[in-house]
Design a protein around this ligand. Sequence first.
Ligand code: COA
Ligand code: AMP
Length: 629
Amino acid sequence: MTYQQQYKKSINDPEGFWAEQAGRIQWFKVPDVTLSKDEHGVDRWFADGELNTAYLALDYHVLQGRGDQLALIYDSPVTNTKRSYTYKELTAAVARFAGVLKAQGIEKGDRVVIYMPMVPEAAIAMLACARLGAIHSVVFGGFAASELAMRIDDAAPKVLVSASCGIEVNKIIEYKPILDAAIDIAAHKPSRCIVLQRDLCRCELNDRYDLDWEIGMAAAEPADCTPVLATDPLYVLYTSGTTGKPKGVVRDNGGHAVAMKYSMDVVYDMQIGDVFWAASDVGWVVGHSYIVYAPLLAGCTTVFYEGKPVRTPDAGAFWRVCEEYGVKGLFAAPTAFRAVRKEDPDCLLAQQYDLSKLKTIFMAGERLDPPTYDWVLEHIQRPIVDHWWQTETGWAIAGNHIGLEPAKVKAGSVTRPSPGYNVQILDSHGKAVAANEQGSIAIKLPLPPGCLPTIWGNHDRFVAGYLRTFDGYYITGDGGYLDDDNYLFVLGRTDDIINVAGHRLSTGEMEEVVAGHSAVAECAVIGQASDLKGEEPLGLILLKDGIDIDEEELQRELVKRVRDQIGAVASFKHAVVVQRLPKTRSGKILRKILRNIANNEEYIAPSTIDDPACLAEIETTLKEKGVRK
Ligand code: COA
Ligand code: AMP
């Protein structure tokens, strides 16, 4: 079927379309019901189907005779390590670690928080949870102890899985102190913490709750796959919302497996045995979907890379890995290519490698700026697929579906909606706008399989955040437009979320941390354009009356606060003191205008502004302090 045929069928007959796709995975009990409503009235896929995601990702392939094929290749320039697992080996390791978890009392529905660097054991832990029907929640290593504690309290895990350290280029990040601090801060106390000792920096284990990964593995019996319902959660992944508390996006088993398999075909054009490399981290949704689950569900070989696009050791890292493992599809954030371009402007390092196996480069996570697109295209000469999605959906809402037919690429567009996503552009009243008119990007319900059915432990937040704004629609939080050919143009977030180096961060959360400083009366944190990271946070600070503080010292303290309370990944490096913050008459800070001013963009002051003179004042302050673009 062509893209048009598939898209039409998926919108006109979603049940028929997805029932057909569901037939392509091996269920323990084939679902009789394709689409139904749960107790909250939310659409659910394959409700009475039974399966096990780890079985589909591993055992199934072994049973199909693919046991000796490579499942996972670990390449770690930061530790000079290369290791690979066949499907048979990975299945055995996962079954054994599932046995370790089982011995700790983990059963179906229990939560396990995983706080690990990019080591294969992270994938083994995730898949072991899936094997037992337990729910994993992976926390990105760049988050600080209090962020980890917040997730521990929300997910209430029985067990934590971690490692002694991570490595950032050449800097050792000791995980154990972060872990211990998080357990101290959290009200919920896990009963066990399983720690992988890494030779670069072993840590001291305590008798209270620590268990050495190796000791656990040596003593464990392999555990079997537990059948789960399609609607049972596979994982909870926390993502930034507009408030300080992250949202636990819930992913179910059945819809996810069907969507992952489908997307590997149509979005990425990957077949059994192909090598796929998503150069991201297991702590992000890209890592969940396209480092771990989808490539394995599709019988591909996934590359697990512990390194950076640059400095490990140089800007040729991407091309070296592509040659060495015969990567067919490379997926990374545009910021990674901007980093490569900065260090190797003529892309000379790529010429040292044989990239003949590389067919397509995929980009997502943030807006793909035309200069980056042009540069990669010029030097690598492969189709570049920009596709748009979010933690909540788990797979591409829109893209160029090369597995069906490559479409004509339009500059600046993420191409067309994926089959299953009825994308509409709505005005502020929820009315669909005409082609080429901007509005809120919404998806008409039902969402396709794989998308979130709720927020962990807080269904009201799911309804309030995504479903209540426009009846019958899910709102994405992004603004944009569809053109006459139904090509989608994503123009950016309509809320207080920013995207720093492809990482989703909440300015609201940073504001809460900054405002906690004793000298700060009020503040606004905005995303300022950055040539490398897309956006970087900038804090505008209003001091309390009578405070006399050195501005550089204040900036140092605020930077440290954000680093300590959110993590290094927030990249909060700049804070400037201003005399006033522009507000509406009802007292709301005009953050969008602040962003325009900081980025030196045109803006129109709204009629609701309290004191228009304040804008010129801010312009002058930012110029004087050298932070205006
Ligand atoms: N554990 C601990 N710290 C981490 C971390 C982790 N897993 N990941 C990042 N950090 C730290 C970094 O060391 C850095 O600390 P510093 O301020 O002390 O230098 C800080 O968080 C900011 O990291 P980052 O924004 O990644 O900047 P960078 O300068 O280290 O690297 C790039 C820049 C562009 C090379 C890097 O951001 C990159 O590869 N981006 C790709 C993004 C990506 O894969 N996104 C996933 C979505 S597809
Ligand atoms: P995350 O949930 O971390 O994956 O972040 C999702 C957000 O990143 C989206 O809501 C968008 O704002 C942004 N995003 C992701 N992919 C793209 C893309 N291809 N183009 C523009 N923005 C993107």
